[in-house]
Design a protein around this ligand. Structure first.
Ligand SMILES: CC(C)(COP(=O)(O)OP(=O)(O)OC[C@H]1O[C@@H](n2cnc3c(N)ncnc32)[C@H](O)[C@@H]1OP(=O)(O)O)[C@@H](O)C(=O)NCCC(=O)NCCSC(=O)C[C@H](O)C(=O)O
Ligand SMILES: [Mg+2]
Length: 293
């Protein structure tokens, strides 16, 4: 299994488990990961049949680097516990827990996984989409520091957050911004990946590209998506730009010059460059290498 740090999660597409056409299209799509959704995308009357379709879908799963995650219904509700068992039987890369409110919600799901031998490498992802989750975000993210918790990734659920907090959803997401930044901060503290919420307006390519660029600048690792035409712009926005790569190569080269080896700080192009910048540059180049840039 690929270590989490090496995973690309620039474009993470929700695919409703009840939508055969969308599921059939998935193997042709260039998203880094997909979330097969049993929760909000599936109507109550389709919950059971959607769950029953999972084994067929995963039996046909082509080997490859794309991460496949199943979003179950809340474990406290009517369908969640059975969803979790069905998801486990499919051996996905991860299970996404919706409506997480406290660290306990994640630990309880982890206990179920611990009782299942087949779940050795399975990771947990958690939606941050309720006011309580926001208030508990530090404690939730702290679980990332304990590998036994299996927590690997946080996902902003901006639609539910708008609903639950009653803020106004504006194109610039101004009222969500403080909470999104708090999520990024918590994820970094816990050593977790963090994905931005979805953009519902899937026909407005320009607005979507702008939203992705802002999210990348805010520190998100990628964006959750609802439609195939959002994949390419997300892949572009969350990949290092060629200017950033040129600068990273310059920094690596500068520290490799004989007179700079062993120095903690150097001047480059009129700017102070420290070893922490070298580390940033190396991380960026490693990311570009895994993208194949
Ligand atoms: C939004 C949609 C309902 C639009 O569907 P549709 O009108 O069918 O789109 P198109 O005709 O433009 O589709 C073109 C082709 O692409 C395929 N397609 C569409 N969406 C997907 C997808 N998500 N994955 C894979 N393939 C997809 C269509 O089948 C067409 O294929 P073809 O004819 O063969 O060319 C629809 O896009 C959709 O249902 N999207 C996913 C919605 C979803 O999953 N919602 C739940 C997750 S979001 C959420 O819950 C956020 C969070 O919890 C929060 O609180 O914020
Ligand atoms: Mg939601």
């Amino acid at each position: 299994m690929m270590p989490d740090k090496m995973r690309l999660r620039r474009s993470v597409l929700y695919v409703p488990a009840s939508n055969g056409k969308a599921l059939a299209k998935l193997p042709t799509l260039a998203c880094d990961a997909a979330i097969i959704d049993l929760e909000d995308a599936v109507a109550p009357q389709d919950k059971i049949s959607a769950r029953e379709s999972l084994p067929g879908l995963f039996a046909e799963r082509a080997a490859g680097p794309r991460e496949l995650v199943i979003r179950v219904n809340p474990l406290s509700g009517e369908w969640g516990a059975d969803d979790l068992q069905a998801a486990l039987a499919c051996a996905p890369d991860g299970i996404l827990l919706p409506k997480v409110e406290t660290p306990r919600d994640i630990l309880e799901a982890g206990d179920v996984l611990d009782d299942n031998d087949a779940a050795d490498t399975l990771r947990l992802w958690a939606m941050v989409e309720t006011p309580r989750a926001l208030l508990n975000i530090g404690a939730i993210a702290e679980l990332g520091r304990d590998p036994a918790s299996r927590l690997a990734c946080l996902v902003a659920g901006t639609n539910d957050l708008v609903k639950e907090t009653r803020i106004l959803a504006t194109p610039d997401r101004r009222y969500l911004m403080p909470w999104l930044m708090q999520m990024v901060l918590a994820a970094r503290a816990g050593g977790l990946d963090i994905l931005d919420g979805v953009s519902n307006d899937f026909r407005d390519a320009e607005a979507f590209a702008a939203e992705c660029a802002v999210a990348a600048a805010m520190g998100f690792d990628g964006k959750t998506l609802i439609h195939p035409n959002q994949i390419e712009p997300a892949n572009v926005a969350f990949s290092p730009s060629s200017e950033a790569l040129d600068e990273a190569r310059e920094i690596v080269a500068a520290f490799a010059v004989a007179e700079n080896v062993g120095k903690g700080v150097i001047a480059l192009g009129g700017r102070m460059i420290e070893r922490l910048h070298l580390q940033q540059a190396e991380n960026l180049l490693a990311k570009a290498a895994s993208i194949g840039k």
